[in-house]
Design a protein around this ligand. Sequence first.
Ligand SMILES: [Zn+2]
Ligand SMILES: [Zn+2]
Length: 118
Amino acid sequence: MDVHEHDALKPCPFCNSNEVKLFKTELSPRVCVTCFKCGARTNFFESASEAIDAWDKRYDNSGIGQCPFCGDRSYTGFMIGDGFQIACHHCFSVGPWCRSMAYALGRWSSYGSVVFDA
Ligand SMILES: [Zn+2]
Ligand SMILES: [Zn+2]
């Protein structure tokens, strides 16, 4: 695991945390930007700058089910560990880790507003 600090990263669109870092696993040379508080992340990219660009994009005209990074409305819920996350079909970013699918969907749809604890 290799984690770097990066000053330019925007706070998490889902939980507003600044615990946002570049993240790389041993399994892959690719990197993503992830929120260490809620587990939201971008897709994995070949370079750190691509991951940072993906994270820093914000789609402000939020609506139900809309991805905060690209504005797309198609997404999939999936189980991870003993919880759930939502992934965007367009940019492959992933929303916060939540204990139930209902919470995961709620947080995917309510970024930018006050979020409830999962
Ligand atoms: Zn977060
Ligand atoms: Zn997206």
